[in-house]
Write a protein that binds this ligand. Structure first.
Ligand SMILES: [Zn+2]
Length: 628
């Protein structure tokens, strides 16, 4: 688990040149605000904001809880792409401008009439609700301020708003707020909730202990501080849970710039001004993914973790990690800036490691943990320090505690020296649920009697210790593929060897979360085995789905067709509606569980209506009637 060597000085130089070009005053006033220009607007999201699966790519402009607000072209250009989908951006327009940039307007209700008419004709031509259209340069020329659409709530949108983003040709998203919009007022400083410190390497200590420790912050004279000074020895990483807010809105938004110094020397800087799409999956490595999965906290790592390919960092030594080698006191300082220049500061005093005045940190409750290559095992102690037995396939090793704290003996084991099956302490045995170390940056296959897992060289960010296991619970065969709090950069291909017999036409792989929810993962049968791809570690099982989707007619007449549809398990794959065997365009919104018709001019819905809804396991619901 070495530190990566991706952030080279010349890349930093190029980056700072390109962000300076972007700050050119001519560029800054290029765009007008795309909705209600000239009056105050508020945001529900900013570019670079940490969402649960990605960096947010643009700004979310609030529309007062309603749909139908006119959306205007931000500058002269032409419509270069029209996309319509039941998920993601829903109805979206892309406008290409003379400066080589593209602006994107998403979750729209409807497009301007000429664009809408063209899109519908193409949907009828392709016989598909979902389309991705690329009109020519001369087809839909727009002027700055021209109304191109009405705002909406389509696709994966959780409430009416306009998503607006700005892209360069790379393609990468830029920060729309760097274009001088006076419609947004932000005088509020970023807010800090927690700061965390984690040891890197088996010899590092925080307050004499190994692990990751979180601290609440309080504000003293305008600066965020933690209650007591920290005692640090060796190399550590710092993580920050913080967010921004703007005036007149309760929404939490992102912080793009964070600078960390130790004794006034720069250690780490992030400046999220540009996110290339090809690297956006590195979001999972920028944040502490385990904290997001376990507690919902979105921590920025203030270090460039192994395998992180993003380039908006500057660091002292390519890592941003902090190393404290002497006993002198040090001062750690973190400054955050939002796009409007509002700032906040965190200061942490670091005491020399011979200090005795520090806070004791209790183990988090679990009896063992893996951090990097280090297995930590906690054992309650009476008064004595005693050896723990680490059991391997054919040998056992005795280990004395590395330290004692708060009624616990703590044993640190370097997993590079072997992965133990179990550890015995005072006669009680603890299983270590890890079977294999999967190396990163190379193709690798793991084989077991119940599954194969094939990793490409891009699947993992870093080498990880994983659990592969098989169990049967209430007639479900459960295959554990790793731990769900490890992120994947790209997919892993898995072949399962089930023991039971299944109806192969109707049975697929489903992931199973801790709450017991199932999610369709698909899979292709190969004899008695089933192969699938996934980009998340989870438990997987096989389920037979033989129940067709539900279909309920709501409106059927010459002008309009509306149905409620939903599926119990595998999800809806195909919707096909026709009248006298002529295809009819049905719009689909999974949030509302509704499909509704759009009809071409002069068409009437008269004759034999046929409706076919098919789920992912090919269960069919069929409905037929005559419209007179
Ligand atoms: Zn958005």
């Amino acid at each position: 688990m070495g530190l990566n060597k991706l952030v080279q000085p010349y890349i930093i130089l190029l980056l700072s040149l390109s962000s300076q070009a972007q700050m050119d005053p001519v560029w800054k006033d290029y765009y007008q605000f795309p909705i209600k220009p000239g009056i105050r607007n508020t945001l529900a999201g900013t570019m670079g904001e940490l969402r649960s699966t990605h960096f947010h790519t643009g700004i979310d402009i609030r529309t007062g809880g309603v749909q139908g607000v006119p959306v205007q072209a931000a500058a002269d250009g032409y419509v270069s792409r029209i996309s319509i989908s039941p998920s993601g951006y829903g109805n979206a327009l892309y406008i290409m401008h003379g400066n080589g940039q593209t602006t994107v307007y998403a979750h729209l209700k409807t497009f301007a009439d000429d664009i809408a008419q063209y899109a519908m004709e193409q949907q009828y031509k392709k016989e598909s609700f979902r389309v991705n259209l690329f009109p020519g340069k001369d087809q839909f020329i727009v002027k700055k301020g021209e109304i191109i659409a009405l705002s909406g709530n389509s696709g994966s949108s959780g409430g009416p708003h306009l998503h607006f983003d700005v892209r360069n040709g790379q393609p990468a998203v830029l920060n729309p707020l760097s274009f001088n919009f006076e419609e947004i007022v932000d005088t509020r400083s970023p807010e800090v909730r927690k700061i965390a410190f984690k040891t890197v390497g088996i010899d590092s200590r925080i307050n004499n202990q190994f692990g990751r420790f979180e601290f609440d912050v309080k504000k003293e004279e305008g600066i965020y501080v933690i209650e007591t000074p920290l005692k640090i020895k060796g190399t550590i990483g710092v993580e920050l849970y913080a967010f921004d807010r703007q005036d007149w809105t309760r929404f939490r938004t992102g912080i793009n710039t964070i600078i960390m110094k130790v004794d006034d020397v720069l250690v780490f800087e992030q400046n999220i001004d540009e996110i290339p799409f090809s690297k956006s999956r590195n979001f999972y490595n920028h944040i502490n993914y385990k904290e997001l999965k376990d507690h919902g906290y979105r921590y920025h790592k203030l270090y460039v973790d192994t395998g992180n390919e993003l380039e908006f960092y500057k660091t002292n030594d390519e890592s941003g990690l902090v190393t404290i080698e002497n006993n002198d006191p040090h001062e750690l300082q973190i400054n955050m800036f939002d796009t409007y220049g509002n700032s906040s500061e965190v200061r942490v005093s670091i005491k020399g490691s011979d200090s005795t005045n520090f806070l004791t940190l209790s183990p988090k409750g679990s009896s063992h943990e893996i951090l990097g290559n280090v297995l930590t095992v906690y054992s309650q102690k009476d008064s004595l320090e005693y050896a723990a037995q680490f059991h391997f396939a054919d040998i056992r090793k005795y280990l004395m505690p590395s330290y004692s704290v708060d009624g616990y003996n703590v044993y640190l084991w370097n997993l590079l020296d072997g992965i133990p099956d179990s550890v015995t302490m005072r006669g009680a045995s603890e299983q270590i649920p890890v079977n294999a170390m999967i190396p990163s940056h190379q193709a690798y296959s793991h084989y077991s009697p119940f599954m194969e897992a094939h990793f490409t060289k891009r699947t993992l960010f870093d080498s990880v210790y994983l659990q592969f296991s098989y169990s049967e619970v209430q007639q479900l065969e459960i295959f554990r593929l790793g731990q769900p709090d490890y992120p994947l950069r790209s997919s892993v291909e898995v072949l399962l060897f089930p023991k039971n017999n299944y109806n192969k036409d109707k049975t697929s792989v489903y992931s199973m979360d801790e709450a017991g929810n199932f999610r369709f993962s698909g899979g292709k049968w190969e004899g008695n085995n089933i192969r699938f791809k996934t980009n998340s570690f989870s438990r997987y099982t096989l389920i037979n789905d033989s129940i067709p989707p539900n279909l309920k007619p709501l409106i059927i007449n010459e002008e309009e067709l509306v149905f409620r549809i939903n599926d119990n398990l595998s999800g809806i794959k195909k919707i096909n509606v026709s009248i006298n065997d002529k295809w009819v365009l049905m719009n689909y919104d999974p949030k509302r569980r509704q499909i509704w018709s759009s009809k071409l001019l002069d068409e009437q819905f008269k004759g034999q209506l046929k409706v076919l809804i098919v789920d992912n396991n090919n269960n069919e619901r069929y409905y037929e009637t005559t419209i007179k």
